[in-house]
Design a protein around this ligand. Structure first.
Ligand SMILES: [Fe+2]
Length: 365
């Protein structure tokens, strides 16, 4: 299974069922993507989809949370935003239930390196993003040995961290081009708006409200809205800042290509030094797969391989299945644990197999 841009997915088999944010199935896993399907998905705002891998068709990639939990959580975010837009209250019970489900889904596999699903339609961007930020924040909280009650407060805050966007006009939120300074200010207002919305919900913890308030603050004081520095930023705020940026840069956007996980992690670690809490970044790196299962990599030997298994104690040295020689000729697949081959490194992550390989796969044998 691997993610490919929609236009390259025609004729291929969908590897993961696609849902709308209200939980309806759009397309079942296993469906062959026709031109019509692809056009419809495009209209819905999809940019890429997971397809089955021709050379490793049996590969199953487990998401960090179950599909049912993911869809339910997206629905809860969309309900909460709709309630606020109508001037009503968010139902605490429905939010806390799904946060508990996320916590227990994650707790079931504490030693696993996660390959987070980051395929989403642009229409559902905020909902899908909120769910991933919640999953990542809870994952980091677990790695920091937070108590259950803390995880719940963090999870609720992370799931609703962008609730203030309800107050930002859609024309600005979905503007494809560059924002004017005024528009940018309006967008930045979502952090405080979110805080005000959540703190008026007395049944939510004030700590959850502060997640919305602080998730754009940076340790060196360059963040917003208050330019808080260092310890003035609550640990929940620092965790959610890292989760927010990681998910945002690794997702499809209309205006830029997504960054592969290993680059996003490196960016947080190297360029993010001083701005992001490095203990939090280290915990993220220990739990998230730098090279997700199913992705195609070019090795330093010149061969192409598919990542087939994660190694919990070596997040950047997975087991790969070598599928071509250094001339890109398809060969009998062979598994290679990179951990025990220090001389072989991953040189690049490819979006798809080069045409030369795809032609060999289509050719009659
Ligand atoms: Fe935000």
């Amino acid at each position: 299974m691997r993610a490919v841009p929609l236009e390259r997915a025609i004729g291929k088999r969908l590897a993961r069922t696609l849902y709308s944010s209200d939980g309806r199935v759009l397309l079942h896993a296993g469906t062959v993507l026709t031109d019509t399907y692809v056009q419809r998905l495009k209209l819905r705002g999809y940019i890429s989809v997971y397809i089955m891998n021709e050379l490793v068709p049996d590969l199953v990639v487990n998401d960090a949370i179950t599909e049912v939990t993911r869809v339910k959580a997206m629905t809860r975010v969309s309900e909460a935003m709709a309630a606020i837009a109508r001037g009503e209250r968010i139902e605490r019970g429905r939010v806390i239930d799904v946060v508990r489900k996320i916590i227990s889904d994650l707790a079931e596999s504490p030693d696993v390196l996660f390959c987070l699903s980051n395929i989403r339609s642009m229409d559902d961007y905020t909902f899908a993003h909120s769910v991933n930020v919640c999953v990542l924040a809870v994952m980091i909280g677990q790695a920091l040995h937070f108590a259950r009650s803390q995880l719940e407060r963090l999870g609720v805050g992370a799931l609703l961290h962008d609730i203030g966007k309800v107050k930002v006009p859609k024309s600005i939120l979905q503007k494809p081009g560059r924002l004017t300074p005024h528009e940018f200010e309006v967008v930045m207002g979502h952090a405080e708006e979110g805080f005000n919305i959540l703190r008026r919900h007395f049944d939510f913890s004030l700590f959850s409200a502060h997640v919305a308030f602080q998730h754009h603050e940076r340790l060196d004081g360059t963040g917003y809205p208050r330019g808080l520095k260092g310890d003035a930023i609550h640990p929940f705020g620092r965790i959610t800042a890292v989760a927010d940026v990681y998910d945002a840069v690794t997702s499809d956007r209309v205006y830029r290509a997504k960054m592969p996980p290993h680059e996003a992690l490196r960016m947080l670690k190297v360029e993010g030094k001083g701005r992001f809490d490095q203990e939090v970044v280290n915990k993220l790196m220990a739990r998230v797969a730098a090279y997700p299962t199913g992705c195609i990599v070019k090795l330093s030997t010149g061969q192409l391989a598919v990542v087939v298994q994660q190694v919990a104690h070596a997040p950047d040295r997975p087991i790969v299945r070598v599928v071509t020689d250094d001339k890109y000729r398809v060969i009998e697949p062979e598994d290679l644990p990179l951990e025990s081959c220090p001389e072989v490194t991953i040189e690049a992550v490819l979006d798809d197999f080069p045409n030369q390989v795809l032609r060999q796969l289509r050719a009659p044998t």
